[in-house]
Ligand binder design. Structure first.
Ligand SMILES: NC(=O)CC[C@H](N)C(=O)O
Length: 227
């Protein structure tokens, strides 16, 4: 399996994401600079955390206007698995690949600590290795992590089972305690917590590894089996 890890100016979790795929999961990963690159031929695409374009305008806003995100939309339409973590999630929201928006944290402070998450939907290609309602420990590190959407969108997210992770103790004011959502097709996941920073117990938790393992298991089932 070959992962693309997209790098924007200001990304700072690209190496963590690369390590998670290449070293912790043991699959092939490539760092893909946002300019002059082609996203064809990758089996999954990872949008890492960080401060793309310095978070100017809004976190993820400027990155969402780049050509690589136009290509990302094409790959999403083809059903390629796409994971956006923290700044990556913000890019997915700003690009319209996921519904809703990020507001500044309720307490107006950057927060960086482990949070307990509840796996609300273990029937996705990103969460099939987890148990339903499993509680996992994954770090957060953000200023604009307060997920917001209007009531009709929230209703739709709930009805479609698109809420994948919630916070057990909501740290930032996110509506519905939402920590991660998936698109209706089920191939684009955005989440504020950092699973790539929890792939080995020496990091404080290895609960994030099962997310990458889920992507691999589903790729093997749906792509290799169908070859
Ligand atoms: N760790 C991150 O990706 C941070 C995202 C964004 N810069 C924020 O502070 O909200």
């Amino acid at each position: 399996m070959k992962f693309a890890v997209i790098q924007f100016p200001g990304s700072n979790c690209d190496r963590d994401m690369y390590y998670a795929a290449q070293n912790a999961l043991g699959e092939e990963a490539e760092l893909v600079w946002y300019e002059g690159s082609n996203l064809e031929g990758y089996d999954a695409i990872l949008l890492p955390g960080g401060f793309s374009y310095g978070d100017y305008l809004r976190s993820g806003a400027i990155a969402s206007t780049t050509d690589i995100v136009t290509q990302l939309k094409d790959q999403a339409d083809k059903g390629v698995p796409i994971l956006g973590v923290c700044n990556g999630f913000q890019v997915l929201l700003e690009s319209g690949l996921l519904p809703g928006a990020m507001l500044t944290n309720r307490d107006l402070k950057f927060m960086c600590h482990f949070e307990q998450l509840v796996v609300q939907n273990h029937q996705t290609l990103f969460t099939s290795e987890y148990e339903q309602n499993e509680v996992i420990s994954v770090p957060i590190a953000h200023q604009e992590g307060n997920y917001f959407c209007d009531q009709s969108t929230l209703t739709r997210l709930r009805e479609n089972n698109q809420i994948v992770f919630t916070y057990q103790n909501n740290p930032n004011g996110s509506i519905g305690d939402i920590a991660g959502i998936i698109n209706e097709r089920g191939n684009v996941l955005g989440m504020m917590p950092h699973p790539e920073r929890a792939v080995e117990s020496r990091l404080g938790s290895d609960d994030g590894l099962k997310l990458f393992q889920s992507i691999l298991v589903n790729w093997r089932e749906h792509y290799v089996a169908g070859a």
